[in-house]
Design a protein around this ligand. Structure first.
Ligand SMILES: Cc1cc2nc3c(=O)[nH]c(=O)nc-3n(C[C@H](O)[C@H](O)[C@H](O)COP(=O)(O)OP(=O)(O)OC[C@H]3O[C@@H](n4cnc5c(N)ncnc54)[C@H](O)[C@@H]3O)c2cc1C
Length: 272
């Protein structure tokens, strides 16, 4: 439970953080809320030589309505997402997912950027950002690039971010007044999801369905989405929830139990 030795530097700006990442190459890791990285270090699953602390970059903590998009700074806490009036009105699915994360301490310290960059296959905000068709904005040594959420998660705790890139903003299409739902099954209160689902209806009648805990990455339930788009009733479409998924089989739950949970939770979410 004691991390390997590391050095620590606090970045005063995005540029300073990028310079530190470049200077130390793959040995450096960004520290935001520390609620995934520090536990991983204590378990020696992560052994960064240098921690670059971005936790006090207030300029990366904001929620703004920008035309027909909501811009969320990467350092925005889960707690802010729960309470922010712009989030509540324009992307309420994000607030619904944030509300289900861990406990108040985790939600006060954890950040949306840290959660997405950590890329846990069971991360609640990942499901919401996928269902909302979010775009992730990354700054790196060669400039800024935008990564669609559907291309961001590449494997268990792996993302499309390079080691010298910093996630600065998440952009979400405003979805005021559209139906949404977030459902999650955990073994104990405050736990990570065994399986979770985020649903967002879209202009034009299409429905996006994203799953967590059903594969090596958060993913879209494409078979359900296509069935709904073809006019299949929700009560039937839910039976396709696990199609195309590779649910893990481990001590938390068997793959067949996860498939059952996905069907039940997708059914509940589509009924809301
Ligand atoms: C007890 C407990 C319960 C939890 N329960 C849940 C839960 O139910 N659901 C859930 O979804 N999560 C849960 N979490 C995780 C929590 O949401 C974390 O806050 C989140 O996963 C990581 O955010 P962070 O800001 O703490 O990131 P950190 O731990 O600081 O960083 C995580 C990773 O992201 C990288 N990183 C951080 N910020 C950036 C950035 N801006 N750009 C690029 N890389 C970056 C870091 O280098 C590191 O690799 C739980 C955590 C704990 C400790």
């Amino acid at each position: 439970m004691i991390p390997a030795g590391f050095s620590y530097v606090r970045a005063g700006s995005v540029q300073e953080a990028l310079a530190e990442l470049s200077r130390h190459g793959g040995a450096a890791r960004l520290l935001a809320g520390g609620h995934s990285l520090l536990p991983a270090m204590k378990l020696r699953r992560a052994e960064p030589g240098v921690l670059v602390d971005i936790g006090r970059l207030r300029e990366l903590s904001y929620v703004r309505l920008d035309g027909d998009q909501v811009a969320v700074g990467a350092l925005t806490s889960h707690r802010t997402l729960e309470r922010d009036p712009v989030v509540a009105e324009q992307v309420p699915l994000l607030a619904a997912a944030a509300r289900r994360i861990g406990d108040p301490q985790v939600r006060n310290r954890g950040t949306i950027g840290g959660s997405l960059a950590h890329a846990d296959p069971a991360a609640d905000l990942a499901a919401a950002v996928l269902a909302l068709d979010g775009v992730l904005v990354a700054h790196g040594p060669s400039g800024v690039r935008e990564i669609p959420a559907g291309e961001f998660f590449t494997g268990p705790r792996q993302s499309a971010l390079a080691a010298d890139e910093l996630l600065t903003e998440i952009r979400l299409p405003a979805a005021a007044g559209l139906a949404h739902a977030f459902e999650k099954f955990s073994r104990r209160a405050l736990d990570w999801a065994v399986v979770g689902v985020a649903v967002q209806s879209r202009p034009g009648g299409r429905t996006a369905v994203a799953l967590i805990g059903m594969g090596p990455t958060p993913l879209r339930a494409v078979a359900v989405e296509e069935a709904l788009a073809a006019g299949t009733p929700a009560a039937e479409a839910r039976s396709l929830a696990a199609r195309g998924c590779e649910p893990p089989d481990n001590a938390v739950a068997s793959s067949s139990y996860r498939a059952h949970l996905a069907e039940v939770l997708v059914g509940r979410a589509l009924a809301l």
